[in-house]
Design a protein around this ligand. Sequence first.
Ligand SMILES: NC(=O)C1=CN([C@@H]2O[C@H](COP(=O)(O)OP(=O)(O)OC[C@H]3O[C@@H](n4cnc5c(N)ncnc54)[C@H](O)[C@@H]3O)[C@@H](O)[C@H]2O)C=CC1
Ligand SMILES: O=C([O-])CC(=O)C(=O)O
Length: 356
Amino acid sequence: MESSSDATQRIARISAHLNPPNFQMEGNSVLKRTDCRAKGGAPGFKVAILGAAGGIGQPLALLMKMNPLVSVLHLYDVVNAPGVTADISHMDTGAVVRGFLGQPQLANALTGMDLVIIPAGVPRKPGMTRDDLFNINAGIVRTLCEGIANCCPKAVVNLISNPVNSTVPIAAEVFKKAGTYDPKRLLGVTMLDVVRANTFVAEVLGLDPREVDVPVVGGHAGVTILPLLSQVKPPSSFTPEEIEYLTKRIQDGGTEVVQAKAGAGSATLSMAYAAAKFADACLRGLRGDAGIVECSFVASEVTELPFFASKVRLGRNGAEEIYQLGPLNEYERIGLEKAKKELESSIQKGTSFIRK
Ligand SMILES: NC(=O)C1=CN([C@@H]2O[C@H](COP(=O)(O)OP(=O)(O)OC[C@H]3O[C@@H](n4cnc5c(N)ncnc54)[C@H](O)[C@@H]3O)[C@@H](O)[C@H]2O)C=CC1
Ligand SMILES: O=C([O-])CC(=O)C(=O)O
């Protein structure tokens, strides 16, 4: 019979062995990887999330750990990466999870990655625009993209950090400066606008959102978010009141969440869902699946602007084909002009942040 003091000592011994508990962290290994029996290299893609301990990063890490196309998942943040990594690494799904904390570990977080997803940066509070985040997030995106250019220049990048209309041009300039720019591999994530549009349109039509597909083009802020309701699938007609209500609700979807959260941040859960859906589409494209088409903010010749969100076909090299907008009605043509005006200055602001 084990006495209670024996049991206490045994537990203390086990605890000492597990200390530090975050054995998956870089340079912090108790059980060395060489001590483990090798799995023989599971097929799949290597994915890094930068900003993995944040409101979006955590549920996104959970969803990517559940994705069977992911074999290795790197979780990088400047805070709390050990806790998130330890937690996610206990999930009994295929991907091997490793954590990386702070700038000195950025290079190891990025080396060898096929896809890098960036939700790093500050979110809005009520009363702020996405552009109000520029001063802080521009510098964060620049540093992270410099790391990508150095360590995994061929990776596909999914950029979530706001203001997307400016951070994508920033990333492009960083990559150009480093001589690694491949416009097909830089994708601004506007999927949440599509997810919202599908949801709100389905509500109005009395359909299941999974049956609805709404193209959303332009950019990712206010009037630059342009849902093309004339191109909804299944083909549907809307009254002028429905068009006004839906367009405004889709454009203000982010603000609706910011106000409801009342100072506690912006959309995180629906964004993690949208980012995971978009990342999965990118991975299926990288695998060579045919016919993967999603909306994204990319380098584009669809309008006179250097970047624009529209439907893109995702393939082995990223955004391999960018689709034209298709026929627009009068309401959408007016919306497009407004969107382009605002987009032009946001793009310019991002570009000159690096060129100055
Ligand atoms: N594209 C889109 O549709 C959407 C974009 N966003 C944007 O995503 C960004 C993140 O939002 P949340 O996750 O809610 O914010 P959050 O504040 O909860 O998390 C951000 C994370 O980034 C980390 N971080 C800060 N500087 C970093 C650096 N230099 N390197 C790595 N990590 C760093 C923070 O430590 C934190 O863990 C915001 O800019 C937000 O506006 C949010 C919703 C939708
Ligand atoms: O509104 C925000 O600040 C976050 C965001 O981009 C969105 O929810 O669409």
